[in-house]
Design a protein around this ligand. Structure first.
Ligand SMILES: NC(=O)C1=CN([C@@H]2O[C@H](COP(=O)(O)OP(=O)(O)OC[C@H]3O[C@@H](n4cnc5c(N)ncnc54)[C@H](OP(=O)(O)O)[C@@H]3O)[C@@H](O)[C@H]2O)C=CC1
Ligand SMILES: O=CCCC(=O)O
Length: 337
């Protein structure tokens, strides 16, 4: 059961940047183990969900399928329709969702939209009150997360940041990894909901640590993708079959699911969107700012960021981030002229 898995989860303390300590709590749960026999998930109350894009829609959908009482809102209202047909309720603003629900999740594009939906006109803050909780699962920087958390908690409500690792398919399959930080009792309260949407969850202490963890992971991922793209193009240039490169990598020490998953379609110059390139570039930009804040050089990530910026300028922002390979192809062509 979800509650038991939290109590049994290993907890260790690790050194944290800037001299304080970091509490890490991790539990791995299977989605099927998180529903109880009565069809509930061990969470009593109404759940709001703001933001129904590539990630938000399947996450909310899994909560509905698990039997939760869900109320949704999305800026583009038509994206609510598939959720409403599964049994979700609709409210016309983030404020109305928050006031009608016990806990509200938000999955927004970037720091600006996460702040706007939480703290703007008719934002969630207007519907918050003591006893309620706000869980922001968007990928944002630590400063934005802290600001949202401050506004939410000023109403007496609780705040948890909980960005996710894992993309469209893990979201559909309920196999995300939650990187949470903030109010620990809210973390415990929503753990059964996280276990419906994810396979594991980490509690990382103070607000900002979840955002920082997410940016570190995506910084590594963004650089890995650029390196992989360079390898595919170089192999082709020297007369190798890039499909064989994908195969060789998949059997060695640098094997990563990302390479096997994206490699075959990259070779065919197809980039069906799971993680939009514009979001990967946003995450690199935010990671660079995080590194700047502690004077940590991250030259590889900085170079990768430049390439994603080129890809955006080529009109690839809404393609999958693996389309960054097209920016390398474009560089080759421009250097020939
Ligand atoms: N896709 C992925 O693989 C993963 C993404 N993430 C992160 O999750 C978040 C969401 O990603 P994803 O679902 O892919 O992104 P999408 O671009 O598919 O969805 C973005 C969501 O934000 C909403 N939105 C954007 N701007 C505004 C605004 N100004 N006001 C209100 N709503 C707004 C969109 O509304 P509308 O429909 O009206 O445009 C939509 O609901 C991002 O922070 C991303 O970095 C994290 C892990 C994996
Ligand atoms: O933020 C997006 C992460 C995508 C992934 O973890 O596969």
């Amino acid at each position: 059961m979800a509650a038991a898995s939290f109590l049994l989860s290993p907890r260790v303390t690790l050194p944290l940047r800037r001299g304080s300590r970091l509490l890490v709590s991790c539990s791995a749960t299977s989605p099927s183990s998180s529903s109880d026999a009565a069809g509930g998930v061990g969470f009593q109350g109404r759940v709001g969900f703001l933001g129904l894009g590539i990630m938000g829609a399947p996450m909310a959908s899994n909560l509905i399928k698990a039997g939760c009482d869900i109320t949704v809102w999305n800026r583009t209202k038509s994206k609510c329709d598939p959720l409403l047909s599964l049994g979700a309720k609709f409210e016309s603003s983030p404020a109305r969702v928050a006031s009608s629900c016990d806990v509200t999740f938000a999955m927004l594009a970037d720091p600006e939209s996460a702040f706007e939906v939480a703290c703007g006109a008719n934002g969630a803050v207007e519907g918050m009150a003591a006893g309620k909780g706000y869980v922001d699962v968007s990928t944002v920087d630590d400063a934005t997360s802290k600001l949202i958390g401050k506004r939410i908690t000023s109403t007496g409500a609780s705040f948890l940041e909980a960005p996710v690792s894992g993309s469209k398919k893990p979201a559909e399959d309920g196999l995300l990894i939650f990187l949470t930080a903030g109010d620990e009792s809210l973390y415990k309260r929503v753990a059964p909901l996280l276990d419906v949407m994810g396979k594991s969850r980490f509690y990382l202490g103070d607000v900002g640590n979840g955002a920082a963890m997410k940016l570190v992971v995506n910084m590594v991922m963004g650089s890995m993708m650029v390196s992989f793209a360079e390898g595919l193009l170089l192999s082709e240039k020297v007369g190798l079959d890039p499909n064989t490169v994908v195969e060789v990598i998949s059997q060695g020490a640098i094997n990563a699911p990302m390479f096997s998953l994206k490699g075959p379609s990259m070779v065919k110059a197809a980039y069906p969107t799971a993680f939009p390139l514009k979001h990967q570039q946003k995450d690199l930009r935010l990671a660079l700012a995080l590194a700047e804040s502690v004077s940590q050089p991250i030259p590889t990530a900085a170079a990768a960021n430049e390439l994603y910026k080129v890809a955006k300028s080529l009109g690839l922002a809404d393609q999958d981030f693996s389309a960054v390979i097209e920016a390398l192809k474009a560089k080759v062509q421009s250097s020939r002229h």
